[in-house]
Design a protein around this ligand. Structure first.
Ligand code: BG6
Length: 470
């Protein structure tokens, strides 16, 4: 039977400043750590990305034409405060976002705005990024500035995009600057400190009574035991889940870590000679924020299956799209399995829509104070072929359809999910894959910056009109 989406369900497209805007040195923008990191690697550059900085009117026109009624945008902190901490904001950076939001409203595309999407200003990054509590304070100031400056233009805010991926890529896999590997103290401390920064910003938002709503986005991949009947595999999945999901869900909805969560985290830290500090005052701030959160954004692309593993840390990130090259073995946690009877992308991301359904229902059932959920990212990285102006991305259409069906099932079963944002609106730059991994509804020729609707864009347009998942 054809499944349906509710009439007012937001069908949106997602972008992020550093991945879409380009113009990394324009109009007084400050540096971010990525600028040097990418240059040193020499694999690819973040300029011009999708040149959104100059072409956003065209992209918003496409949204209007193809039934994209919301757009996720992130503000580049270093466009507003080039050193992260400046007293005076950069007027050209501030103006850029005013102009952008104005255009969104002209096209009736609602902006959903994230304050931090992996791009801490370089000066703060060099001083320890979110391991340094000065960054927490600087973030709250920057957030407060944006809430005030764009009040009336933006009503949907998110503090952070993906706390686990940013912390683990910085300090576990080393794929994000500063490129440190296997430092569990830093991974978990950074996650906690980011949750503190989120709490401080959200509390300010509520205290000052800004119009609108504010939440946070987590990457929540459901973890399953590889062998369902094995107690050891079940334990591996539980530990992996605590590290990347439960620790953050507890912080978000409870403002503290439940006993089982804390014990599991301590076990993982001990196995890796690591430790973290969580002062009581942090919990006070986090609890206050937890009681005021408006919504949760869930990003999910894949699920993972964990097997018990007793060896050392060993990770190989598949950043090229060569299927079968991923390795993810965590000491004291478990080993993620990739070679399974489940379809996966060329980047070894397991396509498992049930994982999205299970995660939504878990939030609904385990965190009873949740109010609303948006699926803020989901999509399929693919090496799209451009043939005679036609981009036939049937696997992507199937992927989106299956995941929206999972969302529709969760709504049927009582979850309050009100929107889905496809990653990505148009093809953008990918942090560790560059330009060969495409996700967009709109194909971008990165040389000419021309946009072309893919087959998925036409499918989407029809979905927007009918709400039927066909
Ligand atoms: C999410 C991020 O983790 O995944 C995006 O929020 C990112 O910024 C997306 O681009 C897809 O990841 P990747 O590595 O395939 O670009």
């Amino acid at each position: 039977m054809t499944k349906l989406l509710p009439k007012n369900f937001v069908l949106g497209g997602a972008t992020a400043a550093y991945q879409a805007e380009g113009a990394t040195k324009e109009d007084g923008k400050g540096k971010v750590a990525w600028d040097d990191f990418l240059e040193k690697q020499g694999r690819f550059k973040a300029d011009p990305a999708s040149d959104f900085y100059h072409r956003y009117p065209e992209d918003l026109e496409l949204c209007e034409k193809f039934g994209v009624d919301g757009i996720r945008i992130s503000i580049a902190w270093s466009r507003i405060f080039p050193n992260g901490n400046d007293q005076e904001p950069n007027p050209l950076g501030v103006k850029f976002y005013h102009d952008l939001f104005k255009e969104c409203h002209k096209r009736q595309v609602e902006p959903y705005v994230t304050l931090h999407h992996f791009d801490t200003p370089d000066t703060l990054h060099k001083e320890g990024d979110f391991l340094n509590l000065d960054t927490v304070e600087a973030f709250a100031r920057y957030a407060d500035f944006c809430f005030k400056e764009y009040e009336g233009e933006v009503t949907k805010w998110f503090t952070f995009n993906e706390v686990w991926p940013v912390s683990s890529c910085q300090y576990l896999t080393g794929t994000f600057p500063p490129g440190i590997r296997f430092d569990y103290s830093k991974v978990v401390q950074s996650m906690h400190n980011i949750m503190l920064a989120h709490a401080r910003a959200l509390n300010l938002f509520k205290e000052k009574g800004y119009a609108g709503q504010c939440g946070i986005i987590h990457s929540l991949e459901t973890k399953y035991p590889y062998n369902r009947d094995s107690i050891d595999d079940q334990r591996a999945a539980e530990l992996a889940d605590t590290l990347s999901n439960k620790f953050l869900l507890d912080a978000t909805f409870l403002g503290e870590y439940q006993e089982a969560t804390w014990n599991n985290i301590q076990e993982i830290l001990r196995s890796n000679d690591a430790h973290i500090e969580v002062p009581y005052e942090d919990i006070v701030e986090m609890k206050q924020a937890a009681s005021q959160l408006d919504y949760l954004g869930i990003n999910q692309y894949q699920s993972s299956f964990f097997r018990s593993y007793k060896g050392d840390n060993d990770i190989h990130h598949n950043g090229t799209g060569e299927k079968g090259t991923s390795v993810f073995k965590l000491k004291g946690v478990g080993e993620a399995m990739f070679d399974m009877a489940i379809p996966r992308t060329d980047w070894d991301w397991l396509i498992y829509p049930k994982g999205l359904y299970d995660m939504i229902m878990r939030v609904k059932n385990d965190y009873r104070n949740y109010k609303e959920i948006f699926i803020t990212e989901n999509g399929m990285g693919y090496k799209d072929d451009f043939e005679d102006g036609v981009i036939n991305d049937t696997p992507r259409i199937e992927y989106i359809k299956q995941h929206l069906e999972a969302v529709s099932d969760a709504i049927r079963d009582g979850a309050n999910v009100n929107g889905y944002f496809l990653w990505s609106l148009m093809d953008v730059f990918s942090w560790s894959n560059g330009y060969n991994k495409r996700y967009g509804l709109f194909y971008v020729d990165f040389e000419s910056q021309q946009r072309y609707p893919k087959q998925s864009a036409y499918w989407w347009k029809e979905l927007h009109q009918t709400r039927e998942l066909k």
